[in-house]
Write a new protein. Structure first.
Length: 192
């Protein structure tokens, strides 16, 4: 291979030298014309053929495969049902712009009242007659199947609870600030 190349190149050089010599006889400016072909013909093909395929083949697959993954990822993360729960003394309301779909659910608790409130979401559709703590101040959370909590919020504050995978059903929740459950701070969300 190497020997063939050397023979080939030397043959070209010989041809070029013959051509340049013959043209040298007529004009001095052809001294500059002679080296030009060697410079343009030799590097040009290697420059155009080599980078072109690598540039078109390499980025294309990565560019097409990556966004499709991203779009499926983002469409899944976009499917988050957002629910606002508003608490005051002694009202608890559920405010969702559309029906709550199973899967990811973001609960936002807004304390519109003048006292501290919290939220304990139960894996149950029942908030009635929950067992109380020994001092009867609040629901006994150790006896409850709890999906998630938003801890105590001061008046005007809000807090969030992101639920990753919630199936269809009715889920009760309570405010378990001492005394508030007994005062009826309960409600439910319905997941379709
Ligand atoms: Cu409360």
């Amino acid at each position: 291979m190497k020997r063939k190349n050397i023979i080939f190149i030397s043959a070209i050089l010989m041809l070029l030298s013959i051509l340049s010599c013959s043209s040298n006889d007529s004009n001095d400016t052809n001294d500059y014309m002679a080296p030009m072909p060697t410079a343009t013909t030799a590097p040009m093909p290697t420059a155009t053929t080599a980078p072109m395929p690598t540039a078109t083949t390499a980025p294309m697959p990565t560019a097409t495969t990556a966004p499709t993954d991203n779009t499926t990822m983002s469409s899944m993360t976009d499917a988050v049902s957002e629910v606002s729960i508003l608490m005051s003394e002694w009202d608890v309301s559920v405010d969702s712009t559309s029906s709550i779909k199973e899967g990811k659910i973001k609960l936002t608790l807004v304390n519109n009242g003048n006292l501290e409130h919290n939220m304990v979401l139960l894996n149950s559709d029942n908030y009635e007659n929950l067992e109380l703590t020994d001092d009867s101040s609040m629901a006994d959370e150790s006896k409850l199947d709890i999906l998630g909590k938003i801890s105590g919020l001061q008046p005007g504050e809000s807090g969030e609870l992101l639920l990753e995978d919630i199936g269809p059903g009715t889920y009760a929740f309570i405010c378990n600030t001492p005394g508030h459950y007994q005062l009826g701070m309960v409600n439910k969300i319905i997941v379709e």
